[in-house]
Ligand binder design. Structure first.
Ligand code: SAH
Length: 318
């Protein structure tokens, strides 16, 4: 593990302190593969987006986001996504397959190789392409490797799993004792709107999701992050904000407001600045921590799935 995760070895033959016979046996039984970088874009604000090719021809994205003293890598957990959220570009392309734990962790290893030695990835968010809890086993294995001292040695507080809220898997995460931060994509304050935006809400209604959130045995001082993509005329009115404040009562949480990243394929618009600020003000006055997550990397097709979309349409040659 040290050779692979600490020193980035890409071949068993270089592992000079392992007996020769063991190295030979390892290379007969296992393969050290790596993701192939096929495109990269860097934004004026420092956000870097990577498109990685997989051995079967698929492609996934990872995004590196510098923020004050943090350097956060957003990784994908599936090729495509089956959740079908109406405002999401990844959903448009449909679902191809789950990533393996190796492919999830390798996004961190490959981006790390591209950084100067003075820079370290401090946080990982499982917030890229795919629904992490729909790929439960491989995602949990990847988190374990990221947290292991012999792996990437990241603390549980620096890894965030973002989910639409697959309830059985959400509860299983706690039953299995998996340690990481939790972000839940809420995106609406009432069932009707939520199921219009997120088809999964038909299977797991908002009320059940909130019940499970209330019951989750969060560690002391830990809070759930609710993500809320703001969409003009759909979920961003002052009434929505007040309803959100009311349904979140009793849940230890904070709210991340994400103005919609617009794209030609998406039939929605982002609200005005004033409407976004008013939404935030209502939540704050109701006693919540509510941050506006500014759109980063707008000049480099940074919204979910955009770089991959471009390459597939052939506008950009890797
Ligand atoms: N499937 C997981 C993780 C991937 S999506 C989840 O849903 O949480 C990561 C976040 O991006 C989610 O909060 C989702 O609501 C948000 N998102 C998707 N499309 C977006 C868009 N066009 N603009 C802004 N945020 C978007």
């Amino acid at each position: 593990m040290r050779w692979i995760y600490h020193r980035g070895a890409e071949d068993f033959s270089v592992m000079s302190d392992l007996p020769k016979a063991l190295r030979k046996r390892l290379s007969e039984r296992a393969r050290l593969s790596r993701l192939e970088l096929i495109a990269e874009e860097e934004s004026r604000d420092g956000t870097r987006k990577f498109l990685f090719g997989l051995s079967d021809g698929g492609a996934i994205e990872s995004v590196l986001i510098p923020d004050e003293d943090r350097l956060t890598l957003c990784v994908s957990t599936q090729v495509g996504c089956a959740m079908g959220c109406r405002f999401c570009l990844t959903a448009r392309g449909g679902f191809a397959r789950d990533l393996t734990a190796a492919e999830i962790v390798d996004q961190v290893l490959q981006v790390r190789r591209l950084l100067p030695s003075s820079k370290r990835i401090t946080n990982v968010v499982l917030m890229g392409m795919g629904e992490p809890l729909a790929n439960y086993q491989e995602v949990v294995k990847a988190i374990e490797v990221m947290e292991d001292d012999l792996g990437l040695g990241l603390s549980a507080r620096r890894i965030t799993l973002s989910t639409v809220g697959l309830l059985p898997e959400l509860e299983r995460l706690f039953a299995d004792g998996v340690r990481c931060r939790l972000a839940i994509s809420l995106n609406a304050s009432d069932q009707e709107t939520r199921q219009r935006l997120m088809p999964i809400s038909r299977k797991y209604p908002l009320e059940q999701l909130l019940d499970v959130c209330r019951r989750l045995p969060l560690p002391p001082r830990e809070r759930i992050t609710f993500e809320y993509v703001l969409i003009a005329g759909v979920n961003s009115s002052p009434e929505d904000a007040r309803r959100l404040a009311s349904i979140l009562k009793g849940i230890r949480c904070k709210v991340n407001l994400i103005p919609l990243n617009e794209a030609p394929e998406i039939p929605f618009r982002s609200p005005s600045r004033e409407e976004i600020l008013e939404f935030q003000r209502i939540l704050i006055e109701a006693g919540y921590t509510a941050l506006i997550r500014e759109s980063r990397g707008a000049d480099i097709s940074a919204a979910c799935g955009q770089l991959r979309g471009k390459v597939i349409r052939g506008e950009r040659r890797p």
